[in-house]
Design a protein. Structure first.
Length: 171
């Protein structure tokens, strides 16, 4: 059962995703996160920009909706996860609910901010990072305080044989 907004959790989760046709680890990660959330009972969708875009190179069970052709409408109790490269874009700024930035690498942060000082200045309440080293960069330099709980995702375990460190407890 999905928690309700009154319990402090999003009713629906949207992962904003660029319409980039070339193979991209980041786009694969976004689709994989949504598929995992769905398997755990969370109402989640990949949110692409233009209908009927889907990455042709990646097979995913994640449901997709589009900014210009929505089958599912977001509300104020919902959550949008935004990749760092789209952090300052209009679709993220116009989202009616809460926003979390998903930082996939340290070199895409500054271009994604589009001149903003940091993620706090853009209205993000938290961040996720793919690696502990990226989390440290975000916490130290880009407006995500420890109280915002920048989390390291372990989703990549299914994509590689690398042993990912367990996030520290309490974070």
């Amino acid at each position: 059962m999905t928690p309700t907004a009154s319990e402090g959790r999003a009713r629906k989760v949207f992962y904003l995703c660029p319409d980039y046709p070339e193979p991209s680890w980041g786009i694969g990660m976004l689709h994989t996160h949504v598929a995992i959330l769905r398997r755990h009972g969370v109402e989640a969708w990949v949110l692409h920009h233009s209908y009927p875009f889907r990455p042709a190179w990646f097979t995913s069970t994640a449901p997709v909706t589009w900014l210009d052709h929505r089958g599912v409408e977001p509300g104020s109790a919902d959550l949008m996860v935004v990749p760092d490269v789209l952090a300052a874009g209009e679709p993220a700024r116009a989202f009616p609910g809460r926003r979390v930035v998903f930082v996939q690498g340290p070199f895409t942060i500054v271009p994604g901010l589009e001149g903003a000082k940091d993620y706090h200045a853009l209205g993000y309440e938290a961040a996720m990072a793919v690696l502990p080293s990226v989390r440290k960069v975000v916490e130290r330099h880009f407006g995500v305080r420890r109280r915002w709980t920048a989390r390291t995702t372990r989703c990549c375990e299914s994509c590689s044989n690398a042993a990912w460190p367990k996030p520290p407890s309490g974070r």
